[in-house]
Write a protein that binds this ligand. Sequence first.
Ligand SMILES: *Cc1c(COP(=O)(O)O)cnc(C)c1O
Length: 407
Amino acid sequence: MARINTNYDKLAAGYLFPEIARRTNAFLEKNSGAQVLRLGIGDTTEPIVPAVLDGLHAGVDALGKTESYSGYGPSEGINSLREGLASLYAERGLTLDPSEFFVSDGAKSDSANIQGIFSDDCVVAVQDPAYPVYVDSNVISGRTGKAYDNGYEGLVYMPCTEENGFFPDIPDRKVDLIYICSPNNPTGAVATKEQLKTFVDYANQNKAIIFYDSAYASFITDPELPRSIYEVDGAENCAIEFNSFSKTAGFTGVRLAWTIVPKACVTEDSEPGKLHALWTRRQNTFFNGAANIVQAGGVAALSPEGRKQTDEQVSFYLENARIINEGLKSLDITTYGGGNAPYVWLKTPGELSSWDFFDKLLNECHVVGTPGSGFGPAGEGFFRLSAFGHRENVEKAVFSIQESLKI
Ligand SMILES: *Cc1c(COP(=O)(O)O)cnc(C)c1O
């Protein structure tokens, strides 16, 4: 008799983005002809840059010739890409071996799958608010109890608030697996080296593991801020890092990412190399590698010309963030983020709830954003605006907010 995984029933109903779509569609039905400006979902909008397109084309062409055709590749990724990634980190003074890089088709799936190589009874800590996959993947695997009003039983929430600059204090109890995202989705906050050091020290003392999501690292413009957790001493012993070409190179639909599992990374019950071996085994068993065409695009994105062009695109999105920030500040709305991240995190005016502000912004300004409460209890009273978008749309949305928001 087959039975289902009932942990799925614990997932809080009404996932954030379907609910946004439902309310937006209801608005459009009532207001036919209205143009809705979307600063909601974090998805890239600008075309892939020429140097990277050339790489993708070359990847396609290689498949059309006997001499260069390739079928299954190594599930950890082609060597030239792993080497290119290791060189990227070497520029920041980091010594990571290419074999410590696991190329994949997404940081989302890797950040969801990584917990599978750890024991079921590990206690999980998440930043609150957080990218939803960290929580949901652990609910599904049974590491939490039921959902209650303010989150899941058994999950340790680390509030990120105005008071702590949106970076949490270390947990006040012993936890085993810790998710940190920097630059943060949704708050746009970037952890300093000193802040990360508190967690690295905690993890090494408690033999905990940090899952560090740095999908937005390329948006960091401040040279003092770390782009990788391995810039902090001791992190190679306790941290696994995720990154992706999605936001940097416009690969959200193309799919290419990487995960770093240093051989030095250890748990209480394992020797150096064991976690690396487990992730190798996991990927070889469940995954047959990222598309070869796409990996050719990734190699091109790491070339000097690819870097220059993708950096320009990242700057373009950061300029959008600046425009959004300026517009909101002119209305005396308190905002955070946006300087080193493609997200602006605003405090809802008049202490409105996140969803009430969503409805207000949609009805009065025809702008769609993302309610902060959808990312966790501490997101209540905040709201995320995404800087991904065509300039014209971003300007229209900001103008509409300035003209029509009644505060
Ligand atoms: C967009 C995003 C990613 C990227 O995920 P991919 O699966 O590589 O597209 C990872 N983490 C966060 C927090 C993100 O917002």
